[in-house]
Structure formats: C-alpha cells, structure tokens
Design a protein around this ligand. Structure first.
Ligand code: AMP
Length: 460
C-alpha cells in the first residue's frame, strides 16, 4: 500500500505535496519522496523514513517549481530498499519523467521477463518500473498517448501520478482498485489518494478520478479522457474501508468512519453476546466498536490505551520487531477491565499473533471474559493489488477452523462479520468492490501468480 499526491500550477507546489504526504503517512511509513518541476528540470528528494524526518525547509526550498508529485511507500512488490523509493525518475528520448504509483500490477513480472530477454536493464525490483520501460518503448507521438499505450499492456491495480517538465497526468486503472481523488486549491488542481490530504491543505474536493480515467494537467488546462474499454463491474478495494484508509477520509463515495461504524452495528446484530463493555483495539477497531456499542447498548470503553508515538506495528517488515511492537504499542487500563466481561473489537485478523498477544495482556490485567469480534470476514487470501498481506500459509483463517482460531487467540468466543454484511451499505452486495482477500474471487487473471490461479480453480 502506498499514498500518492500531485499538485499542478501552484507557487508552493513542493510544500503542498509535503503536507499532502503528511496526511497520507498512514498509507506507508517505509520511505517517501517528492519530485518537482520548474518547467525545465525535475528535482528529486527521496529517502527511507517518515515524511516529517525526511524533509526540512532547505530540502523543500530546493524542490523548486510550480508542479510536484509525491509518494509514501510501504513495500508490497519489491524489497524495502532505497532503489525502490518513489517517485521513480528517469530520462528517456522525450525528456524527463517521474511517476508515483499506488497499487500493484499483476503481470509486471511477466512483462519484465520479456523486456529482460531483449536486453533491458532494470534498476529496481518494483512492479512500477515496468511502466518506465513500457513508456520508453511506446510508439505514440504525444505523452498522453504513450501513457495510454503503456497502460493498455499492464494489468492490476494502479492509481498513478506522472510528472514531466511541463505536464502532470493522473490515471486510475479501469477497475478502480485504489482510490484517487481530484481537488482544487485556489484554482490549482491537486490529486491525492485520500480526502484527508485535501482537508489538510485546505483544498476543496472536486470528484473522484473515475476508474479508467486519465486526466492531463498542462498550461492549456485540464483534459480528461477514458481510453479503455469500460468494464461494467468495478473492483474498489473493500479493505480500504475495513482497515487501510483513514476514518476521516471519504473514498469510493462513502465516508470511511461511517462505513466502519456500520460494520460494527452489523456485527452486533450478527454476533451478539452478553458483556459489560465493548473495547476497541485502537486505532483500527475504534469506529466498529462504537457501532457495536451503539447497536448492542453495551457501553464503549477504552480498555486498551495506545502509545501514539509508535507506528503501525504490522507494517514493520520483520517478525521480531512486529511481535515486540504489540506491547510497546498497547497497554490495558487495568482497573477498568479487571473482573469484567469484554467484547474486544478489531477490524481484521491476519496472522492472529497480534490478537493473541492482546488477549493475553487483557487476561493478565484481570479481564473475566474476552469475546473477540472482528468487523470483517476471515482473511483467507493474500492481496495481489497493493495491500501487504502474507501468503496463505501465514493467514490464520486460511489454515484453521473458527474453533481452532478461537483456541489459538485464547478468546472465550470469536466471531467475524459475514461477507453479506460487509456490503450492508450496498444493494448489489459488493458488485462494485473487490473482496478477494475474503472470497478468493480475484477480479483479473493473475499472470504473475499462476499457482494462486491453480488453487483457486481447485476450490471452485
Ligand atoms: P495479526 O492478526 O496479528 O496479523 O494482526 C492483525 C492486526 O493487523 C489488526 O489489528 C489489523 O488492524 C492490522 N492489519 C490488518 N491488515 C493489515 C495490513 N495489511 N497492514 C498493516 N496492518 C494490518
């Protein structure tokens, strides 16, 4: 998962991009970068680390120009390494170009092997670099046409922002896996992954960039077109609403906070249990716990307190750090939970290791009963479209029955939201969403992952 931002025709473009990235930091904490254009030259600053640590006044002063794009990264495709930090920047026959990508391509490996067989040299291990090679080898005469030519060859998820010396271009894949929004900052167009970034820079929300839409920003103004065959069904990522996006964001036409509260309300109706209090696992479980409390009439209590100076622990790429992280991050409010029956609410169970540690901590603090409620269905499949999930062997719900999982996390009861209720807000039950992490129904063929297709065929 990653976050992207782009601003065009603004006197402080790199500072706006910086603030935008600050608001999108939850989408990736591994690395960040900004590329600016002053009309003749691209300037770059990219580093491993957090936005607040990477940039300072001097760096931003050097990122001159009235257009800038930025990126926050957490590695999905490609190792966590400096060479993979985005925006990628390269020179080709038509000048300099830079690109920020959110999403994951599912035929990039196949295309890369074809290029390499013809002698191409790749500098990074990210799927995004394939776009660079496709652009460089494109035959069309204008920049926008070359982008379309390149994008027609890739499959999977992409919300992209390109920057050349003179133009900015935003593109969203035809199924619209990842969000991408268009805003307006006193007449300057701005493109962001989530609306919380528009709020921070005080830009107004114009609209979501549509699936399959390409928007070009140039001196001549803004031009939009849809060069792809329009798929009837879309594949908005439901996990953005479950976990990934910030709750104050408005994406895929809905406020994330309201959706998550709805998950909690539905969960309370589907899996009621007698208890003294509803306790969220902060921050990810908070809106759903509020919804559960509202629908059940059981009081909401912050039985777990979070240290806010620790990043999302799951995101740390090594197991050791992740495990240590749970205790660093959360601590029970002991007197509150002592002797009490708790309904513990989280948005998802992935490996189950965090959940187990939290249940342990609450028992040590004296909780009498712990009823674990999850505001999404069991995560049984990895994501190939940009969410960093482990393979099936490590997904507890893919390996164990509900009862085995309950025993593993040592809860008194365990229940998940059903796929039907995941789409409680939609009459057509998820027709517009990708729910492959819960259903195994992948919306596009996975050329780079033939083994998954095999497993899927066997299952059907
Ligand atoms: P575990 O079941 O121990 O793997 O951890 C589940 C926790 O990880 C839940 O609190 C989720 O909010 C969080 N989580 C779920 N998916 C992701 C993800 N892709 N990246 C980071 N955190 C996640």
């Amino acid at each position: 998962m990653c976050g992207v931002v782009g601003i065009y025709n603004h006197p402080e473009a790199s500072r706006i991009a910086y603030l935008g990235l600050y608001a999108l930091q939850h989408r990736g904490q591994e690395a960040a970068g900004i590329v600016s254009s002053d009309g003749g030259k691209l300037r770059t600053h990219r580093r491993m680390g957090l936005v607040g640590d990477i940039f300072n006044q001097k760096v931003l002063d050097n990122l001159k120009g009235s257009a800038a794009i930025g990126h926050v990264r957490y590695s999905t495709s490609g190792a966590s390494a400096a060479k993979n930090i985005q925006p990628l920047v390269f020179d080709y026959a038509h000048g300099a170009i830079s690109v920020s990508h959110n999403g994951n391509l599912v035929n990039a490996k196949k295309l890369r092997a074809e290029f390499e067989a013809h002698g191409s040299i790749f500098q990074s291990t990210t799927d995004t670099e394939i776009l660079v090679h496709l652009l460089a080898s494109a035959k069309e005469s204008t920049f926008e046409e070359r982008v379309v030519e390149a994008l027609k060859k890739v499959e999977g998820a992409y919300s992209l922002v390109f920057l050349t010396e003179t133009k900015m271009l935003a593109a969203r894949d035809p199924l619209g896996f990842r969000p991408l929004l268009l805003g307006d900052l006193n007449g300057s167009p701005i493109v962001v992954s989530e609306s919380c970034a528009l709020d921070l820079v005080e830009a107004s929300f114009v609209r979501e960039i549509e699936p399959g839409e390409i928007v070009v920003f140039s001196k001549e103004g803004t031009k939009s077109f849809k060069p792809f065959d329009q798929a009837k069904k879309k594949a908005f990522c439901i996990f953005e609403h479950v976990y990934f996006a910030r709750p104050d964001s408005h994406i895929f036409g809905r406020e994330v906070y309201e959706t998550r509260k709805g998950f909690g309300r539905a969960l309370a109706q589907e899996h009621p249990v007698e208890a003294d209090m509803v306790v969220p696992i902060p921050d990810s479980g908070v809106p759903a716990a509020l919804g559960y409390s509202e629908a059940s009439g059981i009081p909401f209590q912050m039985g777990l307190i979070r240290n806010h100076y620790v990043g999302r622990t799951f995101i740390e790429p090594t197991d050791q750090i992740r495990h240590f992280g749970v205790k660093v991050k959360l601590n029970p409010a002991k007197e509150l939970v002592k002797g009490k029956r708790l309904i513990l609410v989280d948005d998802s169970i992935v490996r189950g290791t965090t959940s187990r540690k939290i249940v342990d901590m609450l028992r040590e603090a004296g909780a009498k009963e712990i009823h674990f409620r999850v505001s999404s269905p069991p995560t049984t499949w990895p994501c190939f479209f940009g969410i960093d999930t482990p393979d099936r062997k490590q997904l507890i719900a893919a390996q164990q029955t509900l009862e085995e999982m309950r025993q593993f996390i040592t809860a008194d009861s365990l229940a998940f939201l059903s796929v039907e209720n995941l789409f409680y807000f939609q009459k057509n039950h998820g027709e517009w969403f990708c729910d492959a992490c819960f259903s195994g129904k992948f919306p596009v063929p996975l050329a780079d992952f033939p083994d998954v297709n095999k497993v899927q065929d066997l299952k059907n």
